[in-house]
Ligand binder design. Sequence first.
Ligand code: NAG
Ligand code: NAG
Ligand code: NAG
Ligand code: NAG
Ligand code: NAG
Ligand code: NAG
Ligand code: NAG
Ligand code: NAG
Ligand code: NAG
Ligand code: NAG
Ligand code: NAG
Ligand code: NAG
Length: 664
Amino acid sequence: MKLRVLSMVLLVVGVDGATVEAPSDLKCYKKSTEFDEDFTCSWKPAASGENSHYTLRFCFISVQISANRCKDIDAGRKTSILVVYENFATAKETYMWVDARMGNYTYSSANFTMILKDQVRYDAPHIKSMSRSSGNLTLYWENPPGEKKTIINEIQFRKRGQQLWQNKTLETQGGHKPEGCTLSIEKDAVYEARVKRRAKNIDIWSAWSKTNKVPIELHKQPAVNWTVGELSEGRRLLKLNWTAPPEAESVGEVTYDISFVITPCQRKAKTAQTSTTKYKINVTASAVNVTIVAINNVGESPKQILTIPAQHLRNCPKDQVEHLKRKKGAKCVEWYELAGDTSTSPVYNKTDKDAIRVLSQMKEGMKDFVRYHYFVHNTRKSPQTIALCPIYKTEGVPKHGPPNLTVVNVTDNSALVSWQPIPITHQQGFLKNYVIYITRGNDTNVVNVSQFQTNYSIQNITPGTLYIVNVAGETAKGVGPNTTREILLNPQQVNTGLPGFGGIIVGLFLLVVLTIFCSFIIKRLKHKLLPEIPTPIITETPVNPLRNDEELYPAGEELHPVVLVHDLHDKSNKSPPPLEESPLLEVRDTSLCEDEGGETQVDSDAFGLIFPLNPDYKRQALSLPAPLELTEHSHEQADCEASTPYRNGLVFELKVGNASDTQL
Ligand SMILES: *[C@@H]1O[C@H](CO)[C@@H](O)[C@H](O)[C@H]1NC(C)=O
Ligand SMILES: *[C@@H]1O[C@H](CO)[C@@H](O)[C@H](O)[C@H]1NC(C)=O
Ligand SMILES: *[C@@H]1O[C@H](CO)[C@@H](O)[C@H](O)[C@H]1NC(C)=O
Ligand SMILES: *[C@@H]1O[C@H](CO)[C@@H](O)[C@H](O)[C@H]1NC(C)=O
Ligand SMILES: *[C@@H]1O[C@H](CO)[C@@H](O)[C@H](O)[C@H]1NC(C)=O
Ligand SMILES: *[C@@H]1O[C@H](CO)[C@@H](O)[C@H](O)[C@H]1NC(C)=O
Ligand SMILES: *[C@@H]1O[C@H](CO)[C@@H](O)[C@H](O)[C@H]1NC(C)=O
Ligand SMILES: *[C@@H]1O[C@H](CO)[C@@H](O)[C@H](O)[C@H]1NC(C)=O
Ligand SMILES: *[C@@H]1O[C@H](CO)[C@@H](O)[C@H](O)[C@H]1NC(C)=O
Ligand SMILES: *[C@@H]1O[C@H](CO)[C@@H](O)[C@H](O)[C@H]1NC(C)=O
Ligand SMILES: *[C@@H]1O[C@H](CO)[C@@H](O)[C@H](O)[C@H]1NC(C)=O
Ligand SMILES: *[C@@H]1O[C@H](CO)[C@@H](O)[C@H](O)[C@H]1NC(C)=O
């Protein structure tokens, strides 16, 4: 039999030159120095591969018995088998080989001789974690399981791009505690590192660990953008995305840990992990806290904490209680006082099956005139908001009128007033609408606009007239105090408005008349014309706005004198004009009459009111430069006054037209 096998081997060798048919590289190792550790024997398969059938054969020289004893183990098609330590128990030295049988032929590997106690080869270490902090890199891995003796570890590390490894040797004692090794490295460089190990006094190294990439520390928290959708079926879709850290920080791999507090009743934050830079989740209508942290091979970034504001309702849906009654199961009830439009603390929460009972208890503890908001969520894995509602224990009227009432746009016959919404804390009830009182003289016009509106355009107003605008908020309990604003519509405002077609005609006509009339008359009747004109104009014009207001709008008006005085101060004293007044002042500054002397501000105001803008207006309407005669006489008193008749006439025309349209 043996001869035949030999001849076969010779035949094969002779014909194919194929010693490669034999299995090779037979090795047997155990994984620790422990006496009772089993061996793993492995070999490279025979060349013709999968159909081979292997038998491991081994003979050992026994300590007690001088004769060699042999055993074999059938390995089937495998190329690696476990040999339990009892097989070698008494042996010092063993030799072994592996036979591969294919069909009628058998090929044998070379002999492998081993001394049992020296056949220790650890598994390659696995670097479990790394930490890096100001020039120190610490690598952590675990000792070979079951090893109790000393282990020699070799650590190699190098800067990215370098060829040569730096070496460090570390002796560790076996046991279950993980090993750590601190290396000194450059602070801002990317490294790589690996580890291998062997048993002390045995010169068989493990394989290298996987080469770990060592990024630099993550310095910044992720910069997160988010959008949250509208509430739909009790959920809002929250989309988050963020930028990946710089390359040097993300070498290796970066993952992101995200945690969500979706309802205040939830005991543990919901967590998610991703290696992409975006995430989507359904959240409830209540405020949601999101924490995102980036993690690379050497540590964590600072935490990014976001609060996604709650979605509040302005008014309570009608069928809320009925709706809640129909819902089964445990519910999370959450409520808080509204300190502003979005601020939400402190939050009360309670988990209960009977949400209605919780809500009525909640209502007992509420303050009057203060808005609260509650949410009821179900307690599923992905919770849904099943009810939400703003609520008052007792409503009142608004504490104040809307803040910052201003006149933002004045034209010749309209004014746009604008205000800020009354803050929720001042509403003291559900705001139904804003009430606008527009007062001219003894006439007051009242307009209601929606609670969502923050401006109102007053149409068909008369130039040269003082209007007082009051705006107040109204709740079910009534109308609250006003905020007051006055609008003094200066006749000069004609300049900023678009003149009607009729105006152009009149202007054109007057220009022609003036051209003829002035050039003819002025030369001759200059002195006669002068004294007559100013008198009617001045009587018509409020010389001192303060006094004028007081006379026109006595105490019977819903006026707040403080507000008025403040407004007047603004006008007369403060040089940088408020927004709504700047066009008036500009116009006055360019008025021809002002050139006549160094009058005080109040005087020029008075003149500004007296003399309308017709010269400018004419030029605008006709696209002409200033008429010759006007420029000729521009520095003479006569000039202004000579032009007044037609100016005054035009103003009068306008007033008549407007007065008939006026709704006030
Ligand atoms: C193997 O040997 C048997 C008898 O010894 C013979 O019948 C058979 O043909 C042989 N097979 C091959 C593949 O040589
Ligand atoms: C291995 O060695 C043993 C004893 O020295 C010998 O009997 C056996 O034939 C050898 N096997 C091979 C394949 O060389
Ligand atoms: C770096 O390691 C050395 C020695 O292990 C230690 O003395 C030093 O304090 C460490 N530095 C930092 C910043 O941790
Ligand atoms: C580290 O060890 C390797 C072999 O393990 C050697 O080639 C290399 O030169 C050593 N590097 C240093 C810096 O000693
Ligand atoms: C991230 O989200 C914002 C809106 O939140 C969006 O404008 C932007 O395009 C998104 N970026 C990416 C890369 O998806
Ligand atoms: C976040 O939004 C800002 C501004 O809209 C944009 O410049 C930035 O690229 C966005 N970031 C991401 C990750 O889309
Ligand atoms: C969310 O975060 C804010 C501030 O970071 C905190 O005041 C609030 O209690 C948190 N809310 C929840 C539901 O955890
Ligand atoms: C929810 O209520 C419990 C106890 O009532 C409290 O400990 C917890 O802080 C509350 N959660 C929030 C987010 O307020
Ligand atoms: C959010 O909820 C909707 C249904 O309300 C579902 O279609 C969608 O897949 C959910 N999205 C996520 C990210 O869970
Ligand atoms: C009112 O205007 C002032 C200054 O213009 C501003 O500081 C204040 O915040 C405004 N108030 C509101 C409620 O917007
Ligand atoms: C002012 O009103 C005029 C005419 O109504 C309009 O064209 C202009 O855009 C308005 N300006 C502002 C700032 O609202
Ligand atoms: C307003 O009414 C009072 C009396 O009701 C009257 O004396 C006064 O002249 C009126 N003022 C104007 C501008 O009509």
